[in-house]
Design a protein around this ligand. Structure first.
Ligand code: ZN
Ligand code: ZN
Length: 652
């Protein structure tokens, strides 16, 4: 009896084995195919190596590299394989860390010089050779002191530094394949032969521990999948994403630039980019006006006392620019608009009848991002925000919150965002008074209201305990672009602490003062990030209402220039962004140029069109639409712009 192990699989089938068995042997007993594909197991809820000995009455799950759990193990194991290959080719290289990230892994090395594309190919070749050797991967546990001795002996100074930061009492683990040993929590694939379909992607510089005061290391990114097909699909996706890179298209379409003398992370919006921003602002102003928001404007500079009261200097100082002395008083440039809006709320006494108060602003904020973190429009130091704060009673909260979420959905519809996910970050009861405002009842009540609102609205969301803001639960919205690239866009936060710090009140129906709740929301995110997202989502083919250049008139000869100019004037009067190509080029060349500039509508005119007062329409990516009377053409264009239709197509 005692040497029989009962194992329960997640599908509730139960099998019995003799003691001493491990997950790999279980997989073999089920079938050779599974044994070949399985890379990791979960034993009583914990991810374990396949060699982990199973005990009495265990519950087991087996994962192949197709499952997210298995894929991560595969990614991480391939990072080790890469480090082993690098060490074989560059024995003097120092290894540091090599985590798995979404669909990719990386490893940072301290080497002299950098890795070229040719080096990457060589490393990749070495990896195939090492993988094919079918090296057994084994786990070793050791004390912290033994680990320090081991890695010192190996001359791996970065590893020693990492271990020295770990609590002395802890037991550490390392994984070994042949004579390559790496500090690692695991689990890992049991054999390097499991690693087949991988590709090294690129390399770049990265500071040790992400700190620019430290040495610059060389990072190599790679990817791995459990089948050739999945690898190919992912590489195609990366290729498409590269073509859509907002930095590349942003330059080609003259949307924004960075200038050395202005400074890194401080974008200059060119006329084309500014048109996009203006259109987004018009959309937001229009929808916020309808939803009962009131617009305000606030200064970029404020005294330090404001940020002491708001708590920014206590919690957020690292992201703020240093104070400047003005007439003996410290001032800061604003990292957020919230404190200013609180002051506007407090400018006049409020009763419950005045609530909700919804204050909206296009505020430009300035936040410090490390230079290594700056990335195109996605991470910048100056940002324009579609910001607003809603002050309401607890009774109004749910409906107000739901309205904000509905506004998100309306925007998703307009921009053709089909896949999105809301991440609801909740408090951790064990951290009340430390990480979180110490008011258990308020947390429970507010989180319940937020969840009810999301459920009522039928929103997709996942709950993430322990990641709320200090002052209330928050919702991050992740969206996926047309090709499935993920972006974190907007944040929506509930705040029940800061209104108290600003002594914000309203008089309730019984004549007593109460503190309102505040919702911070920015559905269009920072415009920098949102435009960056839109460029990649549309691959630069903006829908007509957003396109910086909407219509171009292409005359077939000089004889029809007058008619062309007449059309331009008429469209200009009606607010359509229209221009004419009067270059002495063949019509084919003019069409090609307009296509390259991604102008959505081409209006071709010859003598036939002048006579009939028509135009011959050609839509980018759709083709010739035939001849249309001029007036019909203009009203169709106006309608498409006014309704903000997204005439984009998902695939090319
Ligand atoms: Zn590892
Ligand atoms: Zn705010």
């Amino acid at each position: 009896m005692s040497n029989i192990i009962t194992i329960t699989f997640p599908d509730a089938s139960t099998r019995e084995y003799e003691s001493g068995i491990n997950s790999l042997q279980i997989a073999e007993s089920i079938g050779p195919r599974l044994a070949q594909d399985v890379v990791v197991s979960k034993v009583d809820g914990e991810l374990r190596d396949l060699s982990y000995p199973i005990e009495l009455n265990a519950s087991i799950e087996l994962f192949t590299g197709e499952a997210p759990e298995g894929h991560e193990v595969l990614l991480h194991s391939t990072a080790h394989l890469m480090a082993q290959a690098v060490k074989e080719i560059y024995p003097k290289a120092q290894v540091t860390i090599g985590p798995a990230i979404e669909n990719r892994f990386y490893y940072d090395f301290d080497i002299d010089g950098t890795f070229s594309d040719k080096d990457l190919l060589r490393i990749e070749e070495k990896m195939h050779e090492l993988a094919n050797r079918g090296q057994i991967v084994t786990r070793k546990e050791m004390s912290r002191d033994d680990a320090i001795t081991l890695f010192k002996k190996m001359g791996e100074h970065y590893k020693v530094e990492i271990i020295e930061d770990i609590d002395p009492g802890e037991t550490l683990s390392a994984y070994q394949q042949s004579d390559f040993i790496d500090l690692c929590r695991g689990p890992h694939v049991p054999n390097t032969g499991e690693i087949k379909y991988f590709k090294l992607l690129n390399s770049s510089g990265a500071y040790w521990r992400g700190d620019e005061k430290n040495k610059m290391l060389q990072r190599i990114y790679g990817t791995v999948f459990s089948s050739k097909k999945s690898l190919k699909k992912y590489l195609n996706f990366l290729e498409e994403a590269k073509k859509r890179d907002h930095r590349k298209i942003g330059r080609e379409l003259e949307i924004y630039i960075f200038d050395e003398e202005v400074g890194p992370g401080l974008p200059l919006w060119l006329p084309n980019g500014t048109i996009i921003l203006d259109e987004l602002e018009d959309l937001a102003k229009e929808s916020e006006r309808k939803a009962g928001y009131k617009r305000v404007r606030t200064p970029h500079l404020s005294k330090s006392s404001l940020y002491e009261r708001s708590g920014h200097l206590e919690h957020y100082k690292d992201s703020m620019y240093p104070a400047m002395d003005i007439d003996g008083t410290e001032y800061y440039v604003k990292p957020m608009n919230c404190p200013h809006h609180h002051k506007i709320y407090a400018a006049s006494p409020k009763s419950y009848r005045d609530l909700p108060v919804r204050l909206a602003e296009y505020g430009t904020c300035y936040r410090y991002e490390k230079s290594g973190q700056l990335f195109g429009l996605m991470r910048v130091r100056s940002m324009q925000m579609n910001d607003a704060h809603i002050y309401c009673t607890p009774e109004q909260f749910k409906e107000e919150f739901l309205d904000v979420c509905r506004m998100y959905l309306m925007y998703f519809e307009i921009f053709g965002i089909e896949k999105y996910m809301m991440r609801l970050s909740l408090h951790d009861p064990a951290e009340l008074g430390k990480k979180y405002v110490d008011d258990s009842d308020l947390w429970i009540k507010t989180e319940k209201a937020v969840k009810e609102a999301l459920d009522d609205g039928g929103f997709n969301y996942t709950e993430i305990p322990g990641e709320a803001a200090f002052y209330g639960p928050k919702i991050d919205v992740q969206v996926w672009s047309a090709i499935g690239k993920e972006f974190t866009l907007a944040t929506n936060q509930v705040d029940f602490a800061v209104p108290g710090r600003f002594n914000l009140t309203y008089t309730n129906a019984d004549g007593k003062d109460e503190t309102p709740l505040c919702i911070h929301r920015a559905p269009l995110s920072t415009h920098e990030r949102f435009v960056g997202f839109l460029i990649e989502h549309y691959a630069g083919d903006f829908p007509l209402w957003l396109a910086p250049r909407q219509v171009i008139i292409l005359p077939v000869s000089e004889k029809v220039h007058d008619y062309g100019r007449e059309i331009v004037n008429e469209m200009f009067e009606k607010g359509i962004r229209c221009e004419i190509d009067t270059r002495p080029e063949k019509i084919g060349a003019k069409i090609r140029q307009a296509e390259l500039s991604k102008i959505p509508v081409m209006a071709i005119i010859g003598e036939k069109e002048v006579e009939a007062r028509t135009i011959s329409v050609r839509r980018r990516k759709i083709g010739d639409q035939g001849s249309i009377p001029l007036d019909d053409f203009i009203s169709e264009i106006l309608d498409e712009i006014k309704t903000r239709r997204h005439s984009y197509r998902k695939t090319e």
